[in-house]
Design a protein around this ligand. Structure first.
Ligand SMILES: *[C@@H]1O[C@H](CO)[C@@H](O)[C@H](O)[C@H]1NC(C)=O
Ligand SMILES: *[C@@H]1O[C@H](CO)[C@@H](O)[C@H](O)[C@H]1NC(C)=O
Length: 391
């Protein structure tokens, strides 16, 4: 009776008071989480369901296509083979494995692109083989890559321990959906490809250099009064870069020109033990996560908040550091309403939900938290890997 009452209560809750999230853990599981709020600043986060063996051995990243009730999951397996998995979500976001394709593993990111609907193909980024690979959807056990591009560089970068060779860390669309953007942490540049929407084929455009030793990892585009801008999260330097964007490059290519760089620590540079991870933009604010600064106490790292001059040319101004409520905040995402942020602590293997003030951009207080064991090891590629709002 008790569980029936709970089901009824959550079924009756207004959408604003309940939300679903999807999270992946490097040890294998992909979770559906239920957030229920008693008010704007207090709630509970629970595991609603989980799939244990659907995304290979080391799930590292997820992407959601809510319109088709699909969740894609990417396997970082470094055992020589991996999977690219698709799950079907029911109306309660409960996942069941739907399709999967074999990969060579080591995937750290994936995104949909191409076709008439801009989601007929999927691209993956492989960190250590230094490749990006594309597949046609739907996936099956006999799926083969449409294209695989391998990158090399003549000698290691300025941080040879991190930049021994190219390390493509993400792959995502520009706002026109005509170009694929691939930040390369090892090569200190952002790769740009023109998309043939019909065939899914990518053709290389000139690359966009970052500062030496930046190590670009993720990024987002934003239209400002002064024009389109691209904001880069630089993992190796723990910094954020703002690039002017044009479509006036060779052959009509997208170009990125670096205009501003700021530390994710405000008044000091990042140390070699610190690794920025994720970047998100909401309204006039940009957020970046810092791994291993322990600014807010033992195993409590920070998120940096920047104000963006969206009414001008998009310049960033550092505002403050705020508590991420976890250790190694690898993923985080702001919900569509802009009033809550889900933060994944990689090493603490937790998901923290914090309130967001859309007017001031400030984060906090902590609304809810859940630990999803096992914890990761200090500095290890284990623990919680990704978390996204299912909306
Ligand atoms: C929100 O709910 C919590 C838990 O019931 C309560 O402690 C807190 O005072 C409430 N806050 C507001 C602003 O109503
Ligand atoms: C970026 O664009 C602004 C105008 O919006 C211009 O002042 C600035 O010089 C440009 N910077 C680069 C590096 O292209």
């Amino acid at each position: 009776m008790w569980s029936t009452a709970l089901v009824l209560a959550s079924g009756l809750a207004s959408p604003a008071l309940a939300a679903k999230l999807i999270a992946s853990h490097f040890s294998g599981p992909v979770y559906t989480l239920d957030l229920s709020l008693t008010n704007a600043t207090s709630g509970t986060l629970k595991v609603a369901s989980q799939v244990n063996n659907g995304c290979g051995r080391i799930p590292s990243w997820i992407t959601i296509d809510k319109a088709s009730n699909s969740v894609y999951c990417f396997d970082e397996s470094w055992y020589g083979s991996g999977v690219l998995a698709q799950f079907a979500a029911d109306d309660q976001a409960v996942l069941t494995p739907k399709a999967s394709a074999p990969t060579l593993g080591n995937t750290v990111f994936g995104a949909l692109y191409g076709g008439d609907d801009d989601k007929s193909f999927v691209i993956t980024a492989e960190y250590s083989p230094s490749t990006i690979t594309t597949y046609k959807l739907p996936l099956s056990a006999s799926s083969k890559p449409v294209q695989k591009l391998s990158f090399t560089m003549p000698k290691p970068g300025p941080r040879p321990d991190r930049q021994d060779k190219p390390h493509p860390h993400a792959a995502f669309l520009d706002p026109t959906k005509e170009f694929m953007v691939v930040p390369d942490l090892g090569a200190d540049l952002t790769r740009i490809f023109k998309i043939n929407k019909a065939t899914g084929e990518l053709t290389a455009c000139p690359t966009a250099p970052s500062l030496s030793g930046d190590g670009p990892r993720h990024g987002e585009f934003l239209e400002t009064k002064g024009g389109l801008r691209y904001y880069s999260l630089n993992e190796v330097a723990s910094s954020v870069g703002m690039y002017n964007v044009t479509y006036e490059g060779e052959g009509g290519c997208l170009t990125l020109d670096l205009a501003q760089t700021l530390s994710t620590f405000g008044d000091r540079k990042g140390q070699t033990t610190e690794k920025a991870a994720e970047l998100r933009i909401a309204g006039d604010f940009l957020y970046a996560s810092n791994r291993n600064d322990q600014k807010f106490g033992k195993e409590l790292d920070s998120l940096a908040i920047f104000r963006l001059d969206t009414a001008g040319d998009g310049q960033m101004t550092f505002q403050e550091l705020t508590n991420s409520h976890g250790f190694f905040p690898r993923p985080f995402q702001i919900n569509k309403a802009g009033d809550l942020v889900a933060i994944g602590g990689q090493t603490t293997a937790n998901v923290a939900i914090v309130a967001r003030d859309a007017a001031t951009g400030k984060l906090g207080p902590l609304v809810a938290n859940i630990n999803l064991p096992p914890r990761g090891t200090n500095g290890g590629e284990d623990g919680l890997s990704a978390v996204l709002w299912y909306e």
